[in-house]
Design a protein around this ligand. Structure first.
Ligand code: ASP
Length: 280
């Protein structure tokens, strides 16, 4: 075990320049402390990103989990994914209704099915069989969080643990007022979430653009095939999104613990911590 670890969290690239985000910042700072303590005591990157994403979903401060907004038909349909870089196992749910933590459902898909992505009724049925916490009264539970830009309030976590393993998790309510059944980049492994032996990445922004550039996996591909640094790779991917007319950002960590958090939007709620004392 090395003593090197790194952690990054995001609450979406929809932050607007003129608004203060005090509650979000305080909550994220406390979560970073918690995640840093988990990584310092040797917890796995997979467990840390799961715990961080679950807490961000439950906070109601972002457009994911409790803070998600309904689609055009008034229904809250949620997307989430998780990937373990050490094994390249992945799990995801799309258009999931009625459960508190879509990221927990994604992790259960990864660990307890031969599949990667379950959608809609099938995903809900599976989550029920796994006895995951349900939202009994959607009207009472959901309190849509504000998002400055349409659909950029996704949450995510990426981590490198002391065992050298990388993991990423992403969860979202998707775009405000989206078409029923619309699925964005968040549960698409490679687009909104990726982790392998080189990098772990979680994206936020207009998902259609992130799917068109296969954003999350492309960060790792640029490192592997073009010899780019994490910074170059992460900024290059976001520049591709911008060039196509999209906006958003991502958080990324590499196997050495370097962190990158580029975005093209007014702001992105995000936080980083590492064993080298980095804290922001
Ligand atoms: N990427 C998400 C989606 O398109 C939205 C977001 O980042 O808030 O569903």
């Amino acid at each position: 075990m090395s003593s090197i670890w790194s952690l990054a969290l995001h609450g979406g690239a929809g932050a607007i320049a003129e608004r203060a985000y005090k509650r979000e910042e305080e909550h994220m700072a406390a979560l970073l402390d918690e995640g840093a303590a988990m990584l310092a005591r040797g917890d796995s990157a997979l467990d840390v990103v799961t715990a961080m994403a679950e807490a961000l979903e439950a906070s109601g401060l972002h457009v994911a989990g409790k803070g998600a907004a309904p689609n055009a038909a008034g229904v809250v349909e949620l997307d989430a994914s998780i990937m373990d870089g050490a094994t390249r196992k992945a799990g995801a749910v799309a258009a999931l209704c009625g459960f508190v933590s879509p990221v927990r459902a994604a992790r259960a898909v990864m660990e307890r099915t031969p599949h990667i992505l379950l959608a809609g009724d099938g995903a809900a049925r599976f989550a029920g069989e796994q006895h995951l916490a349900r939202v009994d009264d959607p009207q009472a539970y959901y309190a849509p969080a504000e998002s400055g830009l349409p659909g950029a309030g996704t949450i995510g976590a990426v981590a490198l643990d002391a065992g050298g393993r990388l993991a990423a998790a992403t969860s979202t309510g998707g775009l405000h007022g989206k078409m029923p059944g619309r699925v964005g980049d968040t549960p698409i492994i490679g687009a909104g979430c990726w982790a392998d032996e080189r990098a772990a990445v979680s994206c936020t922004g207009l998902g259609e653009y992130f799917m068109r550039v296969n954003a999350a996996a492309d960060v790792s591909a640029r490192i592997a095939y073009a010899g780019q640094t994490l910074d170059e790779a992460a900024f290059g991917v976001i520049e591709d999104v911008r060039r196509l007319g999209g906006y958003g950002g991502l958080i990324a960590v590499d196997a050495k613990g370097h962190l990158a958090t580029p975005f093209v939007s007014q702001g992105m709620k995000r936080g980083i911590a590492s064993s080298s004392g980095l804290r922001d």
